[in-house]
Design a protein around this ligand. Structure first.
Ligand SMILES: [Zn+2]
Length: 635
């Protein structure tokens, strides 16, 4: 980012910020590997072995995503940019969408195919995945490097995504993918050598090359990984930024990095957490816990999207913009926020809050953004949903990761048992202390609240089953084993069921799910009215209504910098904002009293005495207009 734009930004948001503008340190944090101590996860995500139920939402979502993935999956197109760089003559391909700027088409396909194949076979995905890997192998240099196609100077982005793709292909059983991941990392090591260590923090973050830390750490934890992967990942860790996050300094989120002041930090933060796992460097853990807290407390909508985005708007803490002009809830950012929460969950599996945030991304972003044939870019909480083409945008490429890993989040495996995190119909086969175990979950969540688990074990098996009682539960949750009450779960915790299990043992419970309204306190308030989000458990409800000039309300303008003239510090503009007043004339504290279920349409409700709006899960909205923040007030 040009320095003039940075200065203009400081001028715009605060004069105080200029004083503590962080700079890159002369020396990076850690280079002495003799003190490194790996930190094991307390629980692991299943690598495979999870089967989704036919009736479930995850299954429908994955099947739809597989179709999407195969729509634009010409192998020659995917590897064209790599062949150009390597000088490999081959059938011509064509460049699709973002491939011209930020090459990630091959990465997307490998991420999607490899991860999907972890949960079940698909001959078409398998065959094309192998062809992509073979084509990339042929692009390696004589010294064994796989070199990235030239992009727009944000190689960290392409590097991180293809590393995920190669890791996924390897995990799906491709015999050459790990070797290729090492070749890919080898190229990036050379690239890091050429980076200047004198960049200001703002410039370094604006370039987004810190995303590469995630790719380097994937290479490190793969067979063939080396300490050099960690050392180079460290070079993308900026101590002043880490200190801001550890100190819970809000500037670390919204003022550090102009131009990409941003929801996308987790692209790199998941790599920073991996550096902690590889080295035991507490400073990184403290920074990441701080980053989580700052996002969670000051930028997270109740529906689970981050109310901050890149670009030229300022997103002050607690601003929670609703208006679609603020384009919050970017799908790629939400994917890596979900992954970041998964990583924290695996380190601290008894803390329910990480799964709670992950769950909201699944229901209110992943399921909600499979609009038409593609994947939406932004998750607007008001207006109409983004309708995207197939362009291999950052959001499509990253979104693919989330759709193809959906089975991974339902259960986590501990050495002494299993965590049950989500309530999606499914089964898991895993090994506990050398014994084969299977757990099957029958559920119609979120349409129905009854859940039943059944175990199959090879003889009596001692096992700790830890069952999530969601933070959104409206009451304590009684849990029955073989019909007898065995425990009472508190909302926001995991209940431990520690016993010796036999085949046929069952665990049953009814999730205390219900409606909650959450008062809106952000910047897009409508004077004289009170707005609320409505949630059913983790599910964000949309108030579907005709949005037209009659209910359009102007909001205070806000200042931003014209992106076309970033270099010109004088080009401060005002952005016009508006919203829509959609009114429910009832008591916000008692939604149960005025929501009338529509027969034949589960989870869809009319409002007593009104023709509009009606309510349905946000994920089900297609072309209709809606707001997730209706005004709710008595007559
Ligand atoms: Zn994106």
């Amino acid at each position: 980012m040009p320095i003039a734009a940075f200065l203009a930004f400081l001028f715009l948001v605060s004069t105080a910020a200029a004083a503590d503008k962080p700079t890159m340190p002369d020396a990076m944090w850690s280079s002495d590997s003799s003190h490194w101590q790996r930190v094991p996860n307390v629980a692991d995500a299943p690598a495979g072995g999870v089967t989704l139920g036919e009736q479930g939402l995850f299954r429908q979502s994955m099947d739809k995503h597989t179709k999407y993935l195969l729509t634009d999956a010409n192998v020659d197109d995917m590897v064209l940019r790599f062949r150009e760089v390597a000088g490999v003559k081959n059938p011509p391909g064509k460049l699709c969408g973002w491939e011209k700027m930020f090459p990630a088409h091959a990465a997307q396909f490998l991420i999607g195919a490899g991860n999907t194949l972890r949960w079940g076979e698909n001959a078409e995905l398998r065959q094309r995945m192998s062809r992509v890997i073979d084509a990339l192998k042929a692009c390696r240099t004589a010294d064994g490097l796989l070199i990235a196609p030239a992009g727009a100077g944000e190689e960290g982005y392409s590097f991180m995504l293809l590393a995920h793709g190669l890791d996924a292909a390897a995990r799906a059983g491709n015999p050459d993918a790990y070797e290729l991941l090492a070749a890919w990392a080898k190229w990036y090591h050379q690239r890091v050598e050429k980076e200047t260590a004198t960049d200001s923090l703002a410039r370094a973050l604006a370039g987004q090359n810190y995303f590469a830390a995630t790719g380097l750490m994937l290479a490190h934890f793969a067979p063939g990984g080396t300490p050099a992967d960690v050392l180079d990942a460290y070079k993308h860790v900026y101590p002043p930024w880490m200190r801001q996050l550890s100190d819970r300094n809000l500037d670390g989120i919204w003022r550090t990095c102009r131009g990409h002041a941003h929801s996308a930090y987790c692209y790199g933060w998941i790599g920073f957490l991996d550096i902690y796992r590889a080295t035991g460097d507490r400073r990184l853990l403290d920074a990441m816990l701080g980053g989580w807290e700052l996002y969670h407390d000051h930028w997270l909508h109740p529906g689970g999207t981050l109310a901050i985005c890149e670009g030229d708007l300022a997103y002050p803490p607690d601003s929670f913009f609703i208006t679609p002009q603020a384009h919050t809830g970017e799908t790629c950012s939400m994917t890596w926020w979900a992954k970041f929460n998964e990583k924290l969950h695996l380190l601290y599996p008894s803390e329910e809050k990480y799964v709670a945030d992950l769950e909201k991304v699944i229901y209110n972003v992943a399921l909600a953004n499979q609009v038409g044939q593609s994947i939406s870019y932004h998750t607007h909480v008001e207006g109409r949903k983004d309708r995207a083409g197939i362009e291999h945008t950052c959001c499509e490429v990253s979104g693919t990761y989330l759709y193809s890993t959906l089975p991974e989040y339902i259960y986590s495996i501990a050495q002494d048992g299993l965590y049950v995190n989500l309530f999606e119909p499914s089964s898991i086969a895993w090994n506990s202390g050398g014994r084969a175990c299977t757990l099957t979950m029958a559920s119609r969540f979120p349409y129905r609240s009854e859940v039943s688990l059944r175990l199959t074990v090879a003889g009596p098996t001692p096992l700790k089953l830890r069952l999530r009682v969601p933070g959104w539960a409206m009451a304590d949750m009684p849990i029955r084993i073989n019909g007898q009450q065995a425990a009472l779960g508190k909302p926001g915790s995991y209940v431990l069921l520690d016993r010796t299990w036999q085949t046929g043992d069952s665990v049953t419970f009814t999730l205390p799910i219900g409606f909650r309204t959450v008062r809106y306190e952000g910047a897009d308030q409508i004077p004289g009215h009170r707005r609320y989000a409505i949630l059913y458990g983790p599910v964000l409800m949309a108030a579907v209504a005709s949005l037209d000039d009659k209910n359009k309300v102007d909001l205070p303008d806000f200042a931003f910098l014209d992106s076309q003239k970033k270099a010109d510090a004088t080009s401060v503009k005002q952005l016009k904002k508006w919203t829509h007043l959609v009114r429910i004339a009832h008591d916000p504290a008692a939604p149960k009293d005025w929501l009338m279920p529509r027969p034949e349409q589960p989870l869809t409700f009319t409002v007593a005495g009104q023709t509009e709006p009606y309510l349905k899960p946000f994920w089900q909205v297609d072309t209709e207009g809606y707001t997730c923040y209706p005004v709710i007030e008595g007559r």
